[in-house]
Ligand binder design. Structure first.
Ligand SMILES: [Zn+2]
Length: 410
């Protein structure tokens, strides 16, 4: 087997791995200005997609250019999320260099896609493939690839702990080679229950004091989890933005949720914002919680709410995910200022980052890998892949951290 890293190696973003020159695992984008894509001119027979995040699926429609029609294999939620993300990319950047495909490419997806559940082996480009729940977002999968000689396990993004929305990753199929993500290899998360309680307590305090709590949340996974947290802690809340579309879609695939009924109750508990900015301004002045995209303040209704509440220290902004460098959310955390409608404004509202992570931390990664002490480990998808591979080698693993463009063979 040979495995070439076309992206997502010693970096986070544009994940793409070519196996035996025929089979592509993921084909994502790296969000930056300008956006970056996997290297090389790839022409695979099939692409297998681990999950519906832009950095894993964002460039997949571009594989359907001209007369090329590689098969696309994914789980049902990933299939839906890929389309939602593609439509969003077209809306934001269609017709510019920022978008590597057109609406015509997206409409071809239906001609070539095949959907698979967890634990159901299928064939793609001469390889046997099996998906296993990865516990990262709904529909996310570990991908086991067998070419008849070598068994390769591509972990993709995964979480070992349960959340309200998802069961953590449990499957540990035998593998000769493991490609392991390492997003949080240098981080230790607090227990989810601790994070949740602190989130709920601070929100309740703000409301008691007469303030509003704006909760920027990623559309996929995080918005749904936070609605479940609000319902469980009896926090009155509104939900706004692209996360609402994702909620309706996910409820059609209950098998990919930990407790579909609980999500249904959480949706009924929340009030959906269907109006425009006038309604948003009114809601922003109620004592309530507002769960809204975007999670890193790079657009979406969150910006309207933050403009309304930013000046009063009685209000609160509860960030709920990692803020990537260069995003307005990161800028706000570091400087206390936020870019709104083209201007930069000071934010007096209270600000806190809650670590609702969807990735395994250092302990989770090591626990996962403790099942693979006899396997070759290739560390990818992180900012410190080399250091984590070195740590693993010191502990007796055969580990390395390939670079973008590098090919590894057995
Ligand atoms: Zn992901």
């Amino acid at each position: 087997m040979d495995v070439q890293f076309l992206g997502g190696a010693d970096e986070v973003g544009r994940s793409a791995i070519l196996v035996n020159d025929r089979l592509l695992l993921d084909y994502g984008t790296l969000t930056a200005t300008p956006p970056q894509y996997p290297v090389g001119n790839v022409d695979p027979e099939a692409v297998v997609v681990s999950h519906g995040h832009l950095d894993h699926v964002g460039a997949v429609p571009a594989l359907l250019a001209g007369s090329k029609r590689p098969e696309i294999h994914w789980t049902p939620p990933t299939a839906e999320l890929a389309r939602i993300l593609a439509r969003d990319t077209l809306k934001l950047h269609g017709g510019t260099m920022q978008c590597p495909f057109t609406g015509a490419h997206v409409s071809r997806i239906g001609e070539v896609e095949q959907r698979h559940g967890y634990g159901e082996p299928f064939e793609a480009a001469g390889h046997e493939i099996t998906f296993y729940n990865a516990g990262h977002i709904p529909g996310s999968a570990h991908v086991l690839v067998d070419d008849g000689e070598t068994r390769l396990l591509y972990t993709a993004d995964f979480h070992t702990d349960d959340t309200r929305l998802l069961e953590g990753s449990r499957a540990r199929p035998d593998a000769d080679v493991v490609i392991c993500e390492s997003t949080y290899a240098q981080v230790s998360h607090d227990e989810r229950t601790t994070v949740e309680s602190r989130f709920a307590e601070t929100a309740r305090t703000t409301m008691w004091e007469g303030g509003t709590v704006v909760v920027p949340a990623f559309a996929i996974g995080r918005t749904q989890e936070l609605l479940m947290v609000c319902a469980a802690h009896d926090l009155e809340c509104y939900v706004d933005g692209m996360g609402t579309e994702v909620v309706s879609m996910l409820r059609q695939y209950p098998a990919f949720l930990r407790d579909a009924d609980a999500l249904g109750r959480a949706v009924r508990h929340a009030r959906e914002v269907t109006g425009r900015d006038g309604q948003r301004r009114r809601i922003a002045n109620q004592n309530t919680v507002i769960v809204t995209t975007s999670g890193m303040l790079s657009g979406g209704p969150a910006m309207t709410y933050i403009s309304e509440i930013r000046a009063d220290p009685i209000n609160r902004i509860s960030l709920t995910g990692y803020q990537v460098e260069g995003t307005p959310g990161r800028e706000l955390l570091e400087t206390g200022r936020c870019e709104l409608n083209g201007g930069i404004y000071p934010v007096s509202a209270q600000l806190e980052l809650f670590d609702f992570s969807a990735h395994a931390d250092h302990k989770g990664l090591r626990t996962f890998l403790s099942e693979y002490t006899g396997s070759q480990v290739l560390v990818n998808h992180g900012d410190s892949c080399v250091a984590f591979a070195e740590e693993l080698r010191e502990d007796g693993f055969a580990a390395q951290a390939p670079a973008v463009g590098e090919t590894v063979q057995w």
